[in-house]
Design a protein around this ligand. Structure first.
Ligand code: PGA
Length: 232
């Protein structure tokens, strides 16, 4: 890292983020980059299991993930922003006509589009179904949030995704957020790095900056999906 005359750092920041965080990370990088020009960013987007492997291999400077690994690798984890998971159905779906909140049982019976093994999102909702003694009626496995959105909109089934995945199209587009018993699953993301590793100045600044954006991110989510306010 070289500090130039204005105190602005030049350097590189390699991020590894889970797929739910890809919706927010570019905006954070944009705002951070505006404060600290001259930093070169790279961002690898993978599911939870692949991000854990990247931590083990020391491939990036900093990671964003939803569930802190405990057994696989020893890490520091700093919570930084809300990542609610919600049930998503195509607009005007018959489930949306049921009394709210829709029972989880009705979701378990509907054709369900599931993320691939290794996905933290998948782990989180399978845990919830399991706790209630339920199993989703899986009709298709897709390894991408975007593919799942298109599959939901195409009528292939219902699914559970991060509300952040609707950031651009909003919640009054082709996909509707359904109020369901047990939802939203209020998850958080964490900024993670191997314990004992000295962060670069750039990585430390990005970490501090991201943590400082937590309230802004929550406010934006409430704008995106006003019902969220009831659960906070
Ligand atoms: P993922 O994202 O489903 O792509 O693994 C993980 C998470 O939000 O924990």
């Amino acid at each position: 890292q070289i500090a130039d005359r204005k105190g602005i750092r030049r350097g590189k920041l390699r991020l590894g983020v889970v797929t739910t965080a890809k919706y927010i990370a570019p905006e954070l990088l944009a705002a951070f980059g505006a404060q600290f020009p001259g930093i070169e960013f790279s961002m690898k987007v993978s599911n939870r299991d692949e991000i854990i492997q990247r931590i083990q291999n020391g491939e990036d400077d900093l990671y964003v993930m939803g569930q802190v690994p405990t057994d696989e690798v020893d890490v520091e984890a700093i919570p930084f922003a809300l990542n609610p998971l919600t049930v998503m159905v195509p607009r005007a779906h018959h489930l949306a006509r049921l009394a709210k909140p829709v029972p989880l049982d009705a979701i378990a019976q509907a054709p369900f589009l599931i993320r691939e093994p290794g996905s933290g999102t998948r782990n989180a909702y399978l845990r919830l179904f399991g706790e209630k003694g339920l199993r989703p009626n899986i009709v298709m496995e897709l390894s991408s949030n975007e593919a799942i959105k298109h599959a939901v909109a195409s009528g292939l089934g219902v699914s559970i995704l991060s509300i952040h995945s609707l950031a651009l199209e909003g919640t009054s587009g082709p996909i509707e957020v359904l109020e369901v018993e047990g939802f939203p699953i209020l998850r958080k993301w964490f900024l993670v790095y191997p314990r004992g590793r000295l962060l670069s100045l750039t990585a430390q600044k990005f970490l501090d900056f991201s943590v400082s954006q937590e309230q802004f991110i929550t406010d934006r989510l409430v704008q995106l999906w006003p019902d969220l306010a009831r659960y906070l």
